[in-house]
Structure formats: structure tokens, C-alpha cells
Design a binder for this molecule. Structure first.
Ligand code: HEC
Length: 303
């Protein structure tokens, strides 16, 4: 998010600035409202930035989140008609919060952070506007409560959810900033790459070269990782690189990882090992006919 300062990063920074400003104001005029409004603006700005950023990689997950946002807006508008709708908004907030886990599992860290921030943000909104909603839920199981929700209960709910939403948002922003980006789920399994075609004759030549150049010493053909990743299925899977990006098995990538082994390094493996081992024979290995043979051989090894 902050890697290349763009519109979304600016949005979050403006939100942070406003929140800090309002917090400072409340220092002189002790009014909690200022802090809460500031936090609310920060949560809104961050959520907006994440949603806008999510359009960069649209998927079913993006559509689902947009649908939830849409339903939330409708439900919020309906609270003007009947405050009972605040209960619906409340449960959407709870659901959004827990949506973070499946989002992370499908590799949408940006949407996971959005759910983590927007979920408690919604709970904070409901607790501020309709504090009797969370107060009612807090009373579940309490038998001796007075019939009307007390002012003290309301104050407790407001504080509780403001702290929760503010804390989660600040922690998420700090985490994203510290780790240089939104979290991503590990990617190493075979994915739908599409049919991989290869030339049988070239593949056989490649198999010989793979032995001759000593590639087998580090790359198994069984699927078991050794010093290097197994070469079986290498043309059929995506892999995570050390810079965090997900690399599909394009021809360019496979060629580059043989000709310039240090250009892109597979996450979890040592950089430099392959280069020092193959460099004496690299001029020979990178002859176009040899490269073609090796690439066709790698492609022939389906997982
Ligand atoms: C001394 C051990 C060693 C030898 C010998 C070696 N490699 Fe590697 N290779 C590695 C390591 C470690 C990696 C992972 C780190 C990286 O990406 O640079 C790797 C990565 C690769 C990758 C990318 C794999 C992936 O899943 O993305 C390919 C393709 C590859 N090697 C091909 C070859 C070929 C072809 C040869 C023989 C000419 C060879 N290697 C020889 C250690 C070796």
C-alpha cells in the first residue's frame, strides 16, 4: 500500500493526519467525541483506500466484498426508516470481521485487511449511533438486568467498540507499513495454468542435458524439493519469489531462471547456489538449442 505512494496511500495518510489532529484538539478541550470522529474518519479513509486498490486485481472475492458494501449502505439507509435495521448492520459488521480469514486463504490480503478494518468500523458506527443494539447483545444471559438499557451500559458499549475498531485499524496500518505490503497467502500448489505443450524429441534431448549438466544434483524429478525446487511440475505451478510476488511458469521465467539464476529467487531457497554450480558451463547451457531442449524437458514433467 505504501510501496509506491499513490492515491490510496495518500487517502490513508490524510485519514491519519485528521485523526491525529482531532486527537490533539481533544487534548485541550477534553472531548472524547473528537478522538472518536478522528478514528471514524481514519477507518473510512483506510477502508476506501483498500476497496479502491482492490480493483487492481478484481476477482470473485472483490465482487463479494462490493456486494457486502452495497448491502451495508442499503441497510444503513434503512435505519432512518426503522432503527431495527441497525441489528442487520451489526451482524454484517460481525460477518465482515470473520470474512478476513477466508480472504487470506484465497490470497486476497488486501480484502482481508479491508474486512478486518471495515468490520469493527461498522460495529463502532452502530455502537455510536444505536448503542442499545450492542447493549442488548451484551445482556444475553443476564437475567437481572433492568428493562431499559442504562446510560452506563451505553457508555461502556461506545468505548468498547471505539477501542476495538481504532486498535484494529491502527494495528493493520502499522502492520502493512512495517511489512511493506498487504499479507498474501502462500502460493505453491499447482494452479490452473492451462495445457502445457512440448516437443517430445526436444524433451528427450533435454533429459540428457539435465543429467549431463548436473542439474539433477539439486533438482529432483520426483516432486521432492532438494537443494533446489523439484523440476517436476515446475512448468505447471506458480511459485512465490523472495520479493513476495507470485510468479507464473512463463517461458521467459523458466529461461531466465536457468540463464540468470539470481535474477529471480524462489522463496525458501538459497540464492547464488545454482549460479556458482552452473556458471562454468553457462555459455554452453544457454546455447539456444540447449535451452530449448531443457525447457521442453521441464514442460514434459507434469506434476
Ligand atoms: C547447486 C544446486 C543447483 C544446480 C546444480 C542447479 N540448480 Fe537450478 N536451482 C537451484 C536452486 C537453489 C534454485 C532456487 C533458487 C532460485 O530460484 O535461484 C534453483 C532454481 C531453478 C529453477 C526455477 C525453479 C522454480 O521452481 O521456479 C529452474 C528452472 C532451474 N533451477 C533449472 C536448473 C537447470 C536447468 C540446471 C542445470 C543446468 C540447474 N537448475 C542446476 C539449485 C541448483
Amino acid at each position: 500500500m505504501f510501496g509506491s505512494p499513490d492515491f490510496t496511500a495518500v487517502l490513508v495518510l490524510v485519514g491519519l493526519f485528521v485523526a491525529v489532529l482531532l486527537a490533539l484538539l481533544s487534548y485541550h478541550t477534553p472531548r472524547r467525541d473528537y478522538v472518536n470522529t478522528g478514528l471514524g474518519i481514519l477507518i473510512l479513509a483506510t477502508s476506501l483506500a483498500l476497496i479502491l486498490g482492490a480493483f487492481g486485481t478484481p476477482s470473485v472475492a472483490t465482487a463479494l466484498v462490493l456486494l457486502i458494501v452495497f448491502v451495508t449502505i442499503i441497510a444503513l439507509l434503512l435505519t432512518y426508516q426503522s432503527p431495527a435495521w441497525a441489528h442487520a448492520v451489526w451482524w454484517i459488521g460481525v460477518a465482515l470481521f470473520f470474512l478476513a480469514l477466508p480472504m487470506l486463504a484465497v490470497g486476497r490480503g488486501d480484502l482481508a485487511v479491508f474486512s478486518l478494518i471495515a468490520g469493527p468500523g461498522l460495529l463502532m458506527l452502530v455502537a455510536t449511533m444505536f448503542p442499545e443494539v450492542p447493549a442488548r447483545y451484551s445482556r444475553i444471559g443476564v437475567t437481572d438486568a433492568p428493562p431499559e438499557v442504562t446510560a452506563e451500559e451505553i457508555a461502556i458499549e461506545r468505548r468498547r467498540y471505539t477501542r476495538l475498531a481504532g486498535g484494529v485499524t491502527l494495528a493493520a496500518i502499522a502492520g502493512v507499513w512495517l511489512f511493506g505490503g498487504v499479507p498474501r497467502a502462500p502460493v505453491s500448489e499447482a494452479q490452473a495454468i492451462g495445457p502445457v505443450t512440448f516437443d517430445e524429441r526436444l524433451a528427450q534431448q533435454g533429459a540428457q542435458l539435465f543429467q549431463e549438466y548436473g542439474c539433477v544434483a539439486c533438482h529432483s524429478v520426483t516432486g521432492q524439493a532438494g537443494v533446489g525446487p523439484s523440476i517436476r511440475g515446475a512448468a505447471h505451478r506458480t511459485r512465490r519469489l523472495t520479493d513476495g510476488t507470485v510468479q507464473p511458469p512463463t517461458d521467459e521465467y523458466l529461461r531466465e531462471s536457468i540463464a540468470q539464476p539470481n535474477a529471480k529467487v524462489v522463496n525458501g531457497f538459497a540464492s547464488g547456489v545454482m549460479l556458482s554450480a552452473v556458471s562454468p558451463r553457462l555459455p554452453e547451457i544457454t546455447q539456444p538449442s540447449n535451452m530449448d531442449a531443457l525447457i521442453n524437458y521441464i514442460k514434459s514433467l507434469a506434476p
